[in-house]
Design a protein around this ligand. Structure first.
Ligand code: GLN
Length: 543
């Protein structure tokens, strides 16, 4: 029989956005660096089958895994903290659970039984949790939402039942709550936490540990009061105080000796995590030696959560290069030919991130033109690469109507076009046409890119012959224009079975466009080479 996986169930109380994902990932990091095999799962009670069709305005970034799953952005934090590549098994929603159960019902798998939330929906949730934990020492299970939400009930029932099945030494509950500070009274308040734990108890879950999110440190007396009123041991009340960098959280937890009670409850023996590399990188995030400023040109700049992986990957690169990277957020809709010089004159590099739709495109193209003409380091990601090609075609090759069919279906010079079919991340052929629905027609997940030798791309990937990076886009660069590009000094430096994956400009300080999203594979301890190369060029430029 295979070894029993131990579960750590993380729930949230009082309100959302307390950083449950970061807390879960931080605990995972400490356990992994103690030598355990750790994985992590996010169960989301909302009804969407996956977040792929959700607006970034509502849900922040859609994170993409190697196997092409479009997931909650918390999975990005998990990968960045744990330094593990996760898969579609690491995130599921109510919608996904119901789809599976209804499919089984239609197939007749339930032999005529009445299908109910208990046992069928809850049973499917338990199955999915078990599957995600297979072969691991520890599986951390984060339940999305807040205790008390109606839609969260089947998930809480599932973890209650699973813990009853495996016993306390194989399953513990951690509850994350808010300890608000009431200014006029000058006091931190524990009542919401008590109520939230009361709510959990009604469902049959007694937390083993409370993590308290607060603006300021909690004194011993307050911690003991929480322990007493919530029924946990005194060393099981952990504070999570607002900090300058999220990467400080694992270190702050470690300082409070969080692993001792976890190891006791789950019978893990003594745990001694090696956090020395992490610690030195965090020191450089807080107090770096160098500095550089880059223009981040995008259309969701009021919603920085929609560029989460990218901004984090820039922090990773900065930490590894011992530099502070200041981002000058530029709203692409506000850039025009009159103000572009003024906006970009004091930056060390220009970054155009991915995006969908025509809004803000002309401003992005102006910023790219500026970077190309002023020998300013440029990195274009996904749409940022597509627009760099359009800019080059229009302004260097003088193809005036060069465009993407995303913006003009009938355009005569489709620099960016739709291909009829492609092989997906699972090796299956996908047929794609103008009429394809929005969901499920993108090139998603990791694709191998062959790198042309002696290019800048080859240099930043340490002369690797090929590299795998993740994708999320519908349109492709049209290879028909390749000879014209190359004659004029723009080279295709990366290709995947004839698809254009990367471009660069000859003789420019640093001008790269990539069709993939390199930010998805960046981790604090392993920054992505493309982002690292770009930031390094910007630092050089700053000097
Ligand atoms: N809109 C473009 C496409 O679908 C680019 C997508 C992106 O930047 N992620 O191909």
């Amino acid at each position: 029989m295979s070894k029993q996986t131990k579960y750590i169930f993380v729930t949230g109380g009082v309100l959302s956005s307390l950083g449950k994902g970061i807390a879960a990932a931080s605990i995972g990091t400490l356990l992994k660096n103690s030598g355990l095999k750790v994985s992590i799962l996010k169960a989301d009670p909302y009804i969407n089958v996956d977040p792929g069709t959700m607006s970034p305005l509502e849900h922040g970034e859609v994170f993409v895994t190697d196997d092409g799953a479009e997931t909650d952005l918390d999975l990005g934090h998990y990968e960045r903290f744990l330094d593990e590549s996760l898969s579609q098994n690491n995130n599921f929603t109510t919608g996904r659970v119901y789809s599976t159960v209804i499919e089984k019902e239609r197939r007749g798998d339930y032999l005529g039984k009445t299908i109910q939330v208990i046992p069928h929906i809850v049973g499917e949730i338990v199955e999915r949790i078990k599957r995600a934990g297979e072969g691991k020492d520890i599986l951390i299970v984060e339940i999305g939402g807040t205790v008390g939400d109606i839609e969260g009930l089947p998930f809480l029932e599932a973890i209650r039942a699973l813990r009853a099945e495996v016993g306390r030494k194989n399953g513990m509950f951690i509850h994350l709550t808010l300890i608000p500070y009431i200014k006029v009274a000058g006091e931190l308040k524990t009542k919401p936490t008590q109520h939230s734990v009361g709510e959990l108890r009604r469902i049959g879950i007694s937390p083993d540990m409370i993590i308290c999110r607060s603006e300021m440190p909690l004194n011993r007396e307050l911690k003991d009061k929480i322990a007493l009123s919530c029924g946990v041991e005194k060393n099981c009340v952990i504070e999570s105080v607002d900090s300058a960098s999220i990467y400080q959280i694992p270190l702050a937890f470690l300082k409070q000796d969080i692993l001792t009670p976890i190891a006791e409850i789950l019978e893990l023996g003594e745990l001694k995590p090696d956090m020395s590399v992490w610690d030195s990188l965090v020191k450089r995030i807080i107090a770096p030696t160098e500095a550089t400023t880059i223009a981040f040109v995008g259309k969701y700049i009021d919603l920085k959560e929609s560029y989460k992986s990218l901004t984090e990957s820039i922090i990773h690169a900065g930490a590894n290069l011992d530099a502070r990277v200041n981002l000058k957020w530029v709203d692409s809709e506000k850039v025009d030919s009159e103000n572009v010089d003024e906006i970009l004159k004091d930056v060390d590099g220009v970054l155009v991130a991915g995006g969908f739709g025509e809004r803000g495109v002309s401003g992005k193209i102006l910023a790219i033109k500026y970077a190309r003409e002023h020998d300013l380091p440029y990195l274009g990601i996904c749409l940022g690469m597509q627009l760099a090609l359009i800019e080059f075609a229009r302004n260097v090759l003088k193809i005036e109507d060069a465009n993407s069919v995303e913006f003009n279906k009938e355009c005569k010079n489709p620099i960016i076009y739709l291909i009829d079919s492609f092989i997906d991340a699972h090796g299956k052929e996908q047929i794609r046409t103008h009429k394809s629905p929005l969901g499920g027609t993108m090139r998603l997940g990791a694709y191998e890119c062959e790198i042309k030798p002696k290019t800048l791309l080859a240099q930043i990937y340490n002369n690797a012959k090929s590299v795998k990076e993740r994708h999320r886009h519908r349109f492709e660069a049209n290879p028909k224009y390749k000879p014209d590009y190359e004659k004029a000094g723009l080279i295709i430096s990366g290709e995947s079975k004839g698809l254009v994956e990367a471009i660069e400009l000859k003789g420019h300080k640093f001008f790269i466009g990539v069709q993939c999203h390199p930010e998805f594979t960046s981790r604090l301890t392993k920054p992505n080479p493309t982002i690292l190369g770009f930031i390094s060029a910007c630092i050089k430029n700053a000097k």
